[in-house]
Design a binder for this molecule. Structure first.
Ligand SMILES: [Zn+2]
Length: 70
């Protein structure tokens, strides 16, 4: 299942289970990033980071959603 997850300053997307603090995951844009407690809303974190445009584009391709046009 696709989901958004903030990590290392960007809101990336991943396909899988939500990572826990200290874990890393592979983003849809092909990076491996580590999650800290402040990245988890359920643990009091808040999402301030920009959405990763590459992850957004991959997500849209997978789900057949029209691409975002700025
Ligand atoms: Zn990304």
């Amino acid at each position: 299942m696709l989901r958004w997850q903030q990590a290392q300053g960007k809101r990336h997307a991943l396909d899988g289970l939500p990572p826990r603090p200290g874990e890393s995951f592979e983003t849809l844009c092909g990076q491996v990033v580590e999650v800290v407690r402040a990245d988890i809303p359920e643990l009091g974190g808040q999402w301030f980071a920009w959405t990763c445009r590459e992850c957004d584009a991959v997500w849209r391709r997978r789900e057949n959603i029209p691409q975002f046009v700025s």
